[in-house]
Design a protein around this ligand. Structure first.
Ligand SMILES: N[C@@H](CCC(=O)N[C@@H](CS)C(=O)NCC(=O)O)C(=O)O
Length: 208
C-alpha cells in the first residue's frame, strides 16, 4: 500500500494518475496547502521544501518527494510507462516538464488566473511563455505520437495535468491540433479520469 500525501493540483494529480495507471493500492492523505499543512514539522520531515506530492511506500520503507522522482520510482517498480530502452528520451521530456513546462505554467496561473491586474509585466511575460510552450509541445507532437516517442510514458503523465488547466491559460488549446489530439487521447483513458479525480469529489477533465 502506497500512501500519497498530496493536494488537488497538477503536480498532485500526476501521481494519482500514475498510481491508477499501474493499478497499485494507494490511499490519499490530503495536505491543505492553503492552510499551511505543508509547513508542519511532520510533513517537512518527508518533504524538506514543504511541497506536495510525497509518497510513502511501506513495502520498501521508502518516502519520496518531487513528482518527477516519484514517477521514476513508480515506473521502475511497476515496470510500466518507463521502458528501459527508452529511458534517456523519457527522462529528457520528463525533466523538460519538471524544469520548464510546470514552473512556467505555474507562474502563468499566479499572474493570469489568481492575481489578474496586479502586474502587467508578470501577466504578459508568462502569457507569452505559456503560448510558446503550447507551440513547442504541438511541434513535438506533430513528429511523435507521445512526448517521448510512440509509447505513452511518465513524461506524458507529468505533462498532462498541466495542459488540463487549459481553461485557466486562455491560450486556446483548440488552435494546437497535435497537442489537442494528444490531450484527447490521454483524457479518454479510464485510469487518467480516475486519477484526475484525486479527492473523489467528481472532478472531471476539462474538455477542449
Ligand atoms: N517540483 C515540485 C513542485 C511541487 C509543488 O510546487 N507543489 C506545490 C503545489 S502544486 C506546493 O506544494 N506548494 C505549497 C508551497 O509551496 O507552500 C514537484 O514537482 O513535486
Amino acid at each position: 500500500m502506497i500512501e500519497l500525501l498530496t493536494a488537488d493540483t497538477p503536480n498532485g494529480k500526476k501521481i494519482s494518475i500514475m498510481l491508477e495507471e499501474i493499478k497499485f493500492d494507494y490511499k490519499v492523505t490530503k495536505i491543505n496547502i492553503f492552510k499551511d499543512d505543508q509547513f508542519k514539522p511532520e510533513f517537512k520531515k518527508l518533504s524538506p521544501f514543504s511541497k506536495i506530492p510525497v509518497i510513502i511506500d511501506n513495502e520498501n520503507k521508502v518516502s519520496l518527494f518531487e513528482s518527477g522522482a516519484i514517477l521514476i520510482y513508480l515506473g521502475e517498480k511497476s515496470k510500466k510507462f518507463y521502458d528501459e530502452d527508452q529511458r534517456t528520451i523519457i527522462n529528457q521530456w520528463l525533466m523538460g516538464q519538471m524544469s520548464y513546462v510546470g514552473p512556467m505554467l505555474g507562474q502563468h496561473h499566479q499572474f493570469h488566473h489568481y492575481n489578474p491586474g496586479k502586474s502587467e509585466f508578470g501577466e504578459k511575460r508568462y502569457f507569452k511563455i505559456s503560448e510558446r510552450i503550447y507551440k513547442e509541445l504541438d511541434e513535438r507532437l506533430l513528429q511523435s505520437k507521445f512526448l517521448a516517442g510512440k509509447n505513452y510514458t511518465i513524461a506524458d503523465i507529468a505533462t498532462f495535468p498541466w495542459i488540463a488547466r487549459h481553461e485557466w491559460h486562455d491560450i486556446g488549446l483548440k488552435k494546437f491540433s497535435n497537442l489537442t489530439r494528444w490531450y484527447e487521447e490521454i483524457s479518454s483513458r479510464e485510469a487518467v479520469q480516475k486519477g484526475y479525480d484525486l479527492l473523489k469529489n467528481g472532478d472531471q477533465i476539462p474538455k477542449v
